[in-house]
Design a protein around this ligand. Sequence first.
Ligand code: NAD
Length: 498
Amino acid sequence: MADNTGRGIPATVKWHQAHSLSMQMRIGGAEMFSADERWIPVINPATGEEVDRVPEGTLYEVDAAVQAAGSAFDAWAARTPRERGMVLFRSASAIREQHQEIAKLLTAEQGKPLRDAVDEVRGFANILEFYASIAGALQGDLVDLGPSADAIVRHEPIGVCGAIIPWNMPAILMGWKIAPAILAGNTMVFKPASGAPLTCISLAGLMERAGLPPGVLNVVTGRGEVVGEGIVRHPGIRKISFTGDQETGDRVREIAGSQLKEIHLELGGSDPMIVWKDADIGKAITGVIKGRFYNAGQTCTAVKRLYVHHDIIKQFVRKLEDRVLHLRVGNGMDPSTDMGPLSGRAQLERVVSIVNTVESKVQGTILTGGKVLSGPGFGGGFFYPPTLVTDPVPECVLLSQEVFGPVLPIVPVADLETAIAQANATRYGLGASIWTRDLAIARKFFSSVAAGIVWVNRHVTVPPDIPFGGVKASGMGRENGIQAYYAYTRTKSLYIGW
Ligand code: NAD
């Protein structure tokens, strides 16, 4: 095992330690370096500079984390849900006290504007509070089997669970996975993305200081193919909850499925937004701005395809373009920034390649944006402007692929049936929205669209109180709500003959 005495710690890590934010892996309540003593740099996407480094974990640390989680399990599972809920409450308070500090770290490693990072860290606390608030009301079932028998159905924790997330919303995605699992009495091995691990490590450290017992939540950093796959394969882990790319999800399903592990997958999305002719245009435009350009378009439930009723499309596009041209793109630490950079070079290159395809194959008209931002204020960073594409042809790549960046195709529609058919013409089925004042139209859309969540006059908002997840290629299982709590339990039935 690597020593943890502090020898050889890079200066950046020492800086964080001096500020009481530890950037090591957290296993069994202690900091842990990689057995290989190798590090992964965390790059600020607004500047290209190194923010910090985290240990490049190995299978040795995965195993150590599973052992720590296994050792902590019996005592944690033996506590009542209310006792576990109180730990979540205290953790939420500790995080709210330090949310500004953690938000700065989130902006530095991921790029989103600081005010959005503040909202995200508070959102993490809100998720813990939601699950803490339901703890006292959780019950099993008593089943009446007639005069000679009764049955009791208990919801018991599953055991050691593994959770793996991407880099786009580290605090929220971590909260969605760990809060219901921990409340249900499970212990966890958690892997953040290599591109944005710092926020997650800080949150885990604060939870431990707020009373989460050592070993209940273990954070292992490292490469997906090694640490991620190591978690999925480890025989000591009984459930895997994965958020990320569809291809990786397929692999996770194959490996975990072959070991009969429970599997929860949150994969990609290509959410449609329909703006009907009676919509409040101002609100719908604000909905598009937030829905597509929040987090530089790197959100699973971002508005990825916009369908506008042809009676209003001309004025809608004119007003939308005007709003888009006023969006300020820049370093998320600058308070005037509306949209930060993409999260890394690979993400930027992917967006550039997709827009190049649209241009070279004449698949649509680039109304605004469409070129990498460089020059003063952008040096070293991965900036791409908000981009609107009108008149996309039916085979336009923007309508068939998930684009994880600020590029929006706009399609005219004439009737609801066509709008619904186009909304459903994707392999994904995560979210969908319609903007209308007509309840009958909204109801028809809600009933007919293939999605796990449907909004009317909103998009993107996902409170922890309601279940969230996809259909079709967007995944299986649900985060959030009391449903996610039960998904981290197994029933055990007791039959009593009188
Ligand atoms: P990714 O699959 O490349 O990485 C996600 C995580 O999986 C990372 O932590 C990575 O290290 C790990 N990983 C990589 N290879 C692995 C392997 N072989 N075994 C186990 N783990 C492995 O995904 P990404 O490109 O970083 O994330 C973007 C994707 O995530 C998009 O498709 C987006 O829509 C999706 N996403 C979905 C949701 C949702 O709730 N449905 C939320 C956010 C993002």
